[in-house]
Design a protein around this ligand. Structure first.
Ligand SMILES: *Cc1c(COP(=O)(O)O)cnc(C)c1O
Length: 421
């Protein structure tokens, strides 16, 4: 892990000393790196290009991290946005992402949100990724009201079961996501859906934190077959997001390199789609985690220790309301002390929330930590702040950014009582 390492026993993130930052700011806080974020985005985009994918469009999934400053950085690099609510749409536009690069996902789009998206420009947004025919009917109606033609894309349910946590798997018919291929093909014959809508693409998104790409390949084959069966001049194929990161060291050998991921997409689409048609639809991506997980850490302060016979608890000032993945998914996140010292004792690292699941690590070998020491929870840039809450009436934590010149900037203030209460 080169982006985070010790130098003279002091932990550095993106070549910046964490202790110094932690002494200056209120803990807990998220700390992001512009350099890592930019590199992740560019590596992803360039890998798509190198694999020969046609006019790739990378739509960053805002739900993974909608911080304004991070979005502005991505917008400047040319990123589009994958949004799932009117709030995310507003945020994407404010960050400078233009409507022609925005795809709108999600099973529960409201009329108000659809109208908002249509009115962003004379053409509306790049695409509504439609999840049901009832939704398509509403989009068509809204487009009529706003005197526009809605650009829509069906999210295909490819009926695959990727190997990932059951709560973040989305590509099977038992899941609420996507439409089965017969329903898609039948809808094309029904004029009522298409008076003010135009099918411009087809999409899939089979799950998140994918480390094994076999299900991805199967889904891409189905995507290709259904795209050909539509017999329409589709403008794009949207392959979704979901590429994982190695949160646990055991995951590192399995982690697909972004070049291999792009190669797989390219070779599968070439074989099953491009070789069978004269059409050249561009490829759209919706990555979240892979772009931003590594670009953030969560810094906490040790409040005190507590020993119950064999159980040693290290109590920290960050809680599950700030970072939910361990309590929600049982997710592993690496923990590092800001001052390097040898791990000697198995501990439970727990937060202040009144829930037993408020635990960042259970039985983890840790060094002896005292009140006032700082501890870093790694790879927390994705699904961190965005999933947080005010549970236990705790204010939302501070967000900081190390910019390209290694200057530390506040990119979202901690929520104080005057706002919270
Ligand atoms: C959550 C989501 C994404 C992003 O997933 P990651 O695993 O963060 O890459 C992309 N597309 C859709 C439709 C999603 O729901």
């Amino acid at each position: 892990m080169k982006h985070i390492d010790y130098k003279n026993k002091k932990l550095q993130f993106a070549s910046t000393d964490i202790q110094a930052i932690a002494q200056k700011h209120k803990t807990p806080f998220f700390l992001y790196s512009e350099e890592i974020l930019s590199k992740n985005y560019l590596d992803f985009y360039q890998a798509a290009f190198k694999a020969g994918l046609h006019a790739p469009l990378v739509c960053f999934a805002l739900k993974s991290n909608p911080n304004r400053e991070l979005l502005k950085i991505l917008a400047k690099l040319g990123s589009g946005a994958d949004i799932v609510s009117g709030g995310e749409l507003k945020r994407a536009l404010e960050a400078g992402i233009t409507p022609d690069k925005i795809v709108f996902s999600g099973v529960g789009k409201t009329e108000e949100e659809i109208l908002f998206a249509l009115k962003t420009s004379p053409q509306g947004i790049f695409s509504f990724n439609v999840e049901s025919l009832e939704e398509l009917e509403l989009i068509n109606l809204c487009a009529k009201k706003t005197k526009r033609t809605a650009r829509v894309c069906f999210r295909l349910n490819p009926e695959v079961q990727p190997k990932t946590h059951k709560h973040i798997s989305t590509g099977n018919k038992t899941h609420k996501f996507g439409i089965l291929q017969n329903e898609i093909l039948n809808s094309l014959k029904e004029k009522k859906y298409w008076t003010h809508s135009k099918l411009v693409g087809l999409s899939i998104h089979i799950g998140s934190q994918l480390l094994d790409l076999r299900a991805t390949k199967r889904a891409l084959i189905t995507l290709s077959e259904v795209a050909l069966k539509t017999n329409l001049p589709l403008e794009f194929l949207d392959v979704g997001g979901g590429l994982g990161v190695d949160y646990h060291p055991d995951e590192s050998p399995k982690l697909p390199h972004v070049n291999d991921y792009m190669e797989l997409i390219s070779s599968t689409l070439n074989k099953h789609f491009y070789s069978k048609t004269t059409l050249q639809p561009r490829v759209v991506f919706e990555p979240g985690r892979r772009i931003v997980a590594r670009a953030g850490i969560f810094v906490m302060k040790v409040l005190r220790n507590k020993v119950s016979e064999d159980n040693h608890f290290v109590i920290v000032d960050g809680g599950m309301n700030d970072f939910m993945r361990p309590s929600l998914y049982g997710a592993y996140h690496h923990l590092l002390p800001v001052r390097e010292s040898k791990a000697t004792k198995k501990c439970h690292v727990v937060g202040p929330i009144c829930e037993t699941t408020d635990c960042f690590a259970s039985g983890r070998l840790m060094p002896l930590l005292k009140s006032g020491d700082f501890l870093v929870l790694m790879d927390t840039g994705a699904y961190g702040f965005s999933m947080g809450s005010n549970y236990n009436l705790r204010g939302r934590p501070l967000e900081l950014l190390v910019d390209k010149k290694r200057k530390v900037k506040v990119v979202n203030k901690a929520q104080e009582y005057d706002v919270l209460l």
